[in-house]
Design a protein around this ligand. Structure first.
Ligand SMILES: Cc1cc2nc3c(=O)[nH]c(=O)nc-3n(C[C@H](O)[C@H](O)[C@H](O)COP(=O)(O)OP(=O)(O)OC[C@H]3O[C@@H](n4cnc5c(N)ncnc54)[C@H](O)[C@@H]3O)c2cc1C
Length: 407
């Protein structure tokens, strides 16, 4: 039997970030991962995420950012438009006195960079290719049986095991979920016109299509969300016909678009655990909530979850208190649920507002978008939320004040 302070289930972006935030506290940490260790051979721009400035500050604080930036593309403009009316909103970094609005980062490179940083900490251990056989808890500990024979006793267990969380299921934490009735097609594409570091999204009647700039100036990653019927049609098309449909859907904004990679499809569901903890088991990131990718906020939200949890655990350790105390975990849950609920509601408004073809709503939408584009103060509020600079941020993700900057 092995005794540890904290077990983290899942070595995705959330689990690895949490381990790296907690490692300097000297606690013994084990990460259980069903897959293999992050590997540079898996970094191929297949899956990317738009990270906001709050996430970038967090990853910089952890020393992982320089390695992530080697395969990331900054974007300093954003264009969003409605395919029906051509009404749109544009944001640019210069107006906000920033050098960029965010970064398109390779998911596997994020994992790899975090994993490399974790190699410096001898108090953090990994179990890759790991199978969890059972998970039970008493008042003071959580017992996990792994790989049929090993027993692991921990004071706190964190479920960072993604949308189909086994931890959530075993801890009997109820899930609210609804189907967005959309699938997302993800692929890397070549463009004939350069993307000019602009992240674009067009709202089509069947769902949004995002064109996210990659380091090659004529390559983008697409996230094309559409009804399952339309997705099935698009996936079945030969590449040449898919390219035609994609170019038409994008209104040829980047010229002719051509597939550079395979197409991958993801079911889109809203998931929200009504409780994020039971005893000494707590959920973070996609294990606790998953949202529509249209605003590119899922990973950002998860990274802020783990930064918030780590902040509260650090305070408890420094004060010589129980870091798995129920009041501490409830504080984490209240803090982060408020942020997750706001985003879930916002995604619903966007999704419903843009997929509705009622003429009056279409008019309101067009007038609303053009109106917002003319109002600099409102655009500044919207962009602050998208950049991750608003809301109740964990300390490590807050923007630096001028005094801190000059110190
Ligand atoms: C199409 C699409 C586009 C997106 N775009 C963006 C974007 O632009 N910006 C953004 O911020 N977010 C985006 N997201 C959301 C983002 O991808 C997720 O929020 C994020 O990857 C979740 O990280 P995680 O660590 O919680 O979960 P995961 O990345 O799913 O990691 C969970 C880990 O747990 C492991 N695991 C699972 N079960 C077990 C088990 N029983 N035992 C051991 N290990 C286990 C898995 O192998 C995995 O390594 C997008 C999502 C989709 C679907």
């Amino acid at each position: 039997m092995q005794n540890v302070d904290i077990t983290i289930v899942g070595a995705g972006s959330a689990g690895l970030t949490l381990a790296l935030l907690l490692a300097p506290l000297g606690l013994s940490i084990v990460i259980l991962e069903q897959g293999s260790a992050p590997n540079s051979a898996d970094v191929r721009h297949q899956r990317v995420s738009a990270l906001n400035l709050a996430s970038q500050r967090l990853l910089s604080h952890l020393g992982a950012w320089p390695a992530i930036a080697t395969t990331a593309q900054a974007y300093n403009q954003m264009q969003v438009w409605d395919a029906d009316s051509f009404a749109g909103i544009e944001f640019d970094a210069a107006t906000e006195r920033l050098s960029e609005l965010g970064w398109i980062c390779e998911n596997e490179q994020i994992r790899l960079a975090l994993y490399q940083q974790l190699q410096r900490h001898s108090n953090v251990h990994f179990e890759f290719d790991c199978t969890i056989n059972s998970l039970v808890q008493s008042e003071r500990e959580v017992l996990v049986n792994i790989n049929q024979q090993q027993l692991l006793l921990s004071r706190l267990l964190v479920g960072a095991d993604g949308v189909n969380s086994r931890v959530r299921r075993d801890a009997q934490l109820a899930l609210t979920h609804w189907d967005y009735e959309q699938q997302a097609i993800v692929a890397t594409i070549n463009t004939t016109l350069p993307h000019q570091a602009c992240a674009r999204q067009v709202f089509l009647p069947t769902g949004p299509l995002a064109l996210l700039p990659l380091p090659n100036p004529t390559q983008c990653s697409i996230v094309w969300s559409c009804t399952p019927a339309r997705a099935a049609e698009l996936l079945a098309l030969p590449p040449a016909q898919f390219n035609q449909a994609l170019t038409a859907a994008s209104n040829s904004v980047l010229g002719v678009l051509q597939l550079h990679s395979q197409r991958q499809a993801f079911d889109l569901k809203m998931r929200y655990a009504s409780s994020w903890l039971r005893g000494r088991i707590v959920l973070v990131a996609d294990a606790a909530h998953s949202i529509h990718p249209l605003a590119g906020q899922g990973m950002n939200l998860g990274l802020m979850d783990v930064a918030a949890l780590a902040e509260l655990i650090s305070e408890a350790v420094e004060a010589n208190k129980d870091f798995a105390d129920n009041r501490l975990l409830r504080r984490y849950e209240r803090w982060r649920k408020a942020e997750a609920q706001t985003l879930i509601a916002a995604m619903e408004v966007f999704k419903r507002g843009f997929s509705n073809q009622q003429p009056l709503l279409k008019l309101v939408r067009a007038v609303g978008m053009s109106g917002v584009n003319q109002l600099p103060w409102l655009k500044t509020q919207i962009i602050a939320a998208a950049l991750g600079n608003s809301g109740d941020l964990p300390k490590v993700a807050r923007p630096q004040t001028k005094a801190q900057h000059s110190a």
